[in-house]
Design a protein around this ligand. Structure first.
Ligand SMILES: [Ca+2]
Ligand SMILES: [Ca+2]
Ligand SMILES: [Ca+2]
Length: 394
């Protein structure tokens, strides 16, 4: 053995041990910390051709949403898996030869799973030129089957908790106003919609002068004036939040609107008028609560053909006042305990069905003519015919 070779051997003997020990320490640390901290990931074997748009794991079920970016239509001819109990493709129309998926289309692979560990699913497909390929989607080793925790992501196109309601349609988890995509998209009434989130008014009313969906996502207090709607085709939904004034103006004013305006779920207090309609029609007031407004809960001034459903107008000056306002339909409202009157009609009566108008200090209902409607509870009325009311206040 020459001198050089002997030196190399000594080097290996001395430093080889050090190298081995370092390797063992590093491996142990990866096992102890690295591997367990790593979240489960899904990888496709050809990311240039398929994008993973979302994944979901909950008890007994794995969903993988893919997008075809091959550049053309594909035909999936077979599907195999390892580690899953069974896998299927969802939401695609099968043909004799396979399942056809267009360029840019998204599709779901659904698998059952009962144990942890690494899983793979593989499918064969023909590309737009008829050439055969194979795609494999593999999990990282630590796939753990979890319990459902609700619709955790409202824009992934997946049912994250297995209740068969997806994204915004799962209104129990993706609440109205929850972001469901880029820009100003948010869940509203089960649909991912373009919405405007209202900011507090300052230095005058918050003016809504363009059509659209407006959501109040916070309580607003101590304002001089609330919102004023001057456009048609507007939905203003307070989502149960409150608008609180300091004794002036109106909470919500509708000024000269005449088509498809809705005001919903607003708690409005401490203004002169809670809601004030001026020269407006085709307005729907649904589920609002007006109280502690000094003049009126809701004031209809020269405003006809509106509907007022399931609102509360309690403990205001008057509950609802109709001044030269015909053909308004009141259904299922509670108009109680106001400091003056419940419902006051001047010049023409609204159509009242199944409202509770009780405990108001002066009159519960003052009719201009003899009134319209049926099934209303009241005790103390003026001018109204016996058909529209019964003395059965609780
Ligand atoms: Ca749910
Ligand atoms: Ca769901
Ligand atoms: Ca989802």
């Amino acid at each position: 053995m020459n001198k050089h070779a002997q030196a190399s051997l000594e080097y290996l003997i001395i430093y080889g041990w050090v190298l081995a020990i370092v390797t063992i320490i590093v491996s142990t640390m990866v096992l102890l910390f690295g591997a367990t901290a790593e979240p489960v990931s899904f990888n496709v074997s050809d990311p240039a051709k398929f994008t993973i748009k979302g994944t979901s794991i909950f008890s007994g079920s794995v969903q993988i949403k893919l997008q075809n970016i091959t550049g053309g239509k594909i035909l999936i001819t077979s599907l195999e898996s390892s580690g899953y109990e069974n896998c299927s493709l969802d939401q695609q129309i099968p043909s004799e030869d396979g399942i056809s998926i267009g360029q840019g289309s998204e599709f779901l692979i659904l698998c059952s799973v009962s144990e942890g560990g690494q899983k793979t699913v593989t499918f064969n497909y023909l590309d737009a030129f008829g050439l055969e390929h194979t795609l494999t989607i593999r999990t990282s080793p630590g796939l753990v089957v979890t319990e459902p925790v609700g619709e955790t992501i409202c824009n992934d196109g997946l049912d994250n908790d297995g209740d068969s309601l997806i994204d915004c349609a799962d209104t129990a988890d993706c609440l109205d106003g929850t972001s469901c995509g880029a820009g100003s998209l948010a869940c509203y009434a089960g649909v991912c919609s373009q919405v405007h989130i209202l900011t507090p008014p300052s230095g005058g009313p918050g003016v809504i002068s363009e059509s659209g969906i407006y959501l109040l996502t916070q309580d607003i207090s101590n304002i001089h004036e609330g919102y004023q709607i001057t456009a048609n085709n507007v939905t203003l939904d307070c989502l149960g939040h409150s608008l609180a004034g300091k004794g002036h103006n109106s909470g919500i004013k509708l000024a000269t609107v005449y088509s498809n305006v809705k005001v919903k779920n607003c708690n409005i207090h401490s203004f002169v008028n809670g809601i004030y309609l001026s020269y407006s029609s085709d307005v729907e007031l649904i589920g609002n609560n007006t109280y502690n407004n000094s003049d009126n809960g809701i004031w209809f001034y020269r405003s006809a053909h509106n509907t007022v459903t399931n609102n509360h107008a309690n403990a205001n000056g008057n509950g609802m006042v109709f001044f030269q306002a015909s053909n308004n339909v009141l259904t299922g409202n509670e108009i109680n305990n106001n400091a003056l009157n419940g419902v006051v009609s001047e010049y023409s009566d609204p159509i009242m069905v199944n409202n509770t108008v009780c405990g108001n200090a002066e009159k519960d209902i003052i009719c201009a003519g003899s009134g319209f409607g049926s099934g209303n509870s009241a005790t103390n009325v003026l001018g109204c015919s016996a058909e529209i009311w019964s003395d059965n206040c609780p």
